[in-house]
Design a binder for this molecule. Structure first.
Ligand code: GLN
Length: 526
């Protein structure tokens, strides 16, 4: 169980995922749960400006971006049930109450809400045979919202036994420049706060700008009542993928294995594959510049999976990716686009920023710069292509009531009133057409990719668009929906209706991203 103290945004998710990676390196099976103590049912309706990217699981749940870290670090596919929110817990409990399941009792936070939380955690634990379930509690201890969750975890420790449950507290140790020293007081206070919920941490992970020294660790051990070996240094590092290596040097795995009696020895410990990945991610040359034309660029977390997928692909082709974040909402100057080796148009919602995206697509078409469009990005590619082929009013019905709705909502979607969880979500089969760029990239007939959208390429215009030169290189297995488009007389112009970024892993870069990065590198060379 991983809790956080002092401040948020210290990388609790990465820290927990790194513990998971280390345990995986002992050959253990690990799964993860992220608890988000907010009232939203899921992340689907959250604004990326505030919460970063919405991560989509195979089973179509719109979740917190930490699930993305877990999938990438643990190399597992998580179910949407791995994201537990206050909203989900209360929704379930209130539904049960309406059904009369509580047999007349007064429904309360303890035991009914806490029981439901424990049931949800155990359900994930029982889904697959795993050795370890990591549970990360969002927010910081002391928040009113997280109290029922901490209480449930405390109960769980008693029910599952002390030897089976361990608490890890991730805190921040600030460095005070004026005093010239690190300060442990905030860590002491947040540990005290955690204790007031009845939870004694077994391990304290100290996030800090630089490594803290032994006397300081001893001080934390002493005041926070943990073993000195369980005070772990986690200083800032240049890449998130280095965190498991840094924490491994602190013998985190060894301690956890002993504490919750996992019964594996050091001889089975092997992080060499991960180390090789980290090395390949550090290659500084050749530098490939990718421009991301987005709406939420102030918060890089909004496009976190895309950023990571680009890094994985660059590492695979032996290059370094430099991302240029370009606002779709301002006039994009040609001399900015001129500097790029490739352009990426990510997903999004609503009309704001569309002009910038369409301009960048026209630039790619005119100057033959590789371009990858994802979801809304693909829809914009179709719109711009149609406009340049002589249909100036081509548009998506998401933005206007045009007589050339090349992108439109499916009939089924038009009837939907609720916004939450009603898009085309999760993994669907996509059939690839031989002889296309997409097929070349995947080298497979059928692939599974994750979706999150309401609009589609309008079948009414399919033939006309193809006559003008648009290639449909991927469709649903029944041929009904267009999944991938490309163009013949362009070095690399590919749009996909799904989100390939969600399936990229550091050890398994996504084929579309690899092909895209290779095209960008070729473009740079030429
Ligand atoms: N807004 C578009 C749709 O709903 C695209 C969504 C996306 O890019 N994820 O179809």
């Amino acid at each position: 169980m991983v809790t956080g103290g002092v401040v948020s945004s210290i990388g609790k998710g990465i820290t927990a995922a790194s513990i998971g990676r280390i345990l995986r390196s002992y050959g253990l099976e690990v799964t993860a749960i992220k608890i988000d103590p907010y009232l939203n049912y899921d992340s689907g309706t959250l604004n990326p400006y505030q919460h970063g990217e919405v991560f989509v699981t195979d089973d179509g749940m719109e979740t917190d971006l930490d699930l993305g870290h877990y999938e990438r670090f643990l190399d597992v596919n998580l179910s949407g049930q791995s994201n537990i929110t206050t909203g989900k817990v209360y929704h379930t409990v209130i539904n049960k109450e309406r059904k009369g399941s509580y047999l007349g009792s007064c429904v309360q936070i303890i035991p009914h809400i806490t029981d439901e939380i424990k049931r949800m955690i155990r359900k994930i634990a029982a889904q697959k045979p795993v050795d370890v379930v990591l549970v990360e509690v969002g927010g910081t201890v002391g928040d009113i919202e997280s109290q029922p969750f901490l209480e449930a975890l405390r109960q769980l420790r008693n029910e599952e036994g002390h030897d089976n449950v361990m608490f890890v507290h991730v805190t921040y140790v600030p460095y005070l420049k004026a005093a010239g020293e690190f300060k442990t007081k905030p860590t002491q206070h947040s540990t005290k706060e955690l204790r007031s919920t009845g939870i004694n941490p077994d391990m304290i992970i100290c996030r800090s700008e630089k490594s803290i020294n032994k006397p300081l660790k001893m001080k934390i051990a002493h005041f926070c009542d943990v073993e000195p070996l369980a005070v772990i240094n986690a200083p800032d590092v240049s890449s998130i993928y280095e965190v498991p290596l840094v924490m491994d040097q602190e013998n985190v795995g060894k301690y956890v294995i002993k504490r919750i009696k996992l019964g594996v020895g050091e001889e089975s410990h092997d992080l060499s594959q991960w180390r090789a990945i980290v090395q390949s991610l550090h290659k500084p040359e050749p530098n490939v510049k990718v421009g991301i034309i987005g709406k939420y660029i102030e918060l890089e977390d909004s496009y976190i999976s895309i950023r990571e997928a680009l890094k994985h692909a660059a590492a695979q082709i032996g290059a370094h990716v430099e991302i240029e974040w370009i606002s779709a909402e301002e006039n994009i100057e040609e001399n900015i686009l001129k500097e790029l080796d490739s352009i990426l148009i990510p997903g999004g919602f609503g009309e704001r920023g569309i002009t910038g995206k369409l301009d960048a697509i026209r630039y790619s078409l005119e100057h033959k710069i590789p371009l990858l469009g994802i979801c809304l990005g693909m829809q914009c590619m179709v719109i711009q292509f149609a406009r340049m082929q002589g249909w100036p009013s081509a548009n998506s019905t998401e933005f206007s009531d045009t007589n050339y709705p090349v992108i439109d909502m499916m009939e089924k979607q038009k009837k939907i009133k609720n916004m939450g969880g009603t898009m085309r979500l999760g993994s669907y089969d996509c059939k690839l057409i031989e002889g296309t760029m997409a097929y070349d990239a995947y080298q497979e007939d059928i692939v599974q990719e994750r979706h999150r959208h309401r609009f589609e390429l309008n079948n009414q215009f399919r033939d006309q668009l193809q006559e003008k030169g648009l290639i449909i290189s991927g469709t649903t297995t029944d041929d009904f929906l267009v999944e991938i488009i490309e163009l013949e007389d362009h070095p690399w112009f590919l749009g996909c209706q799904f989100h390939p970024e969600f399936k990229s892993r550091p050890n398994r870069a996504h084929p579309i991203f690899v092909s895209f990065m290779q095209a960008a590198l070729d473009h740079k060379k030429s």
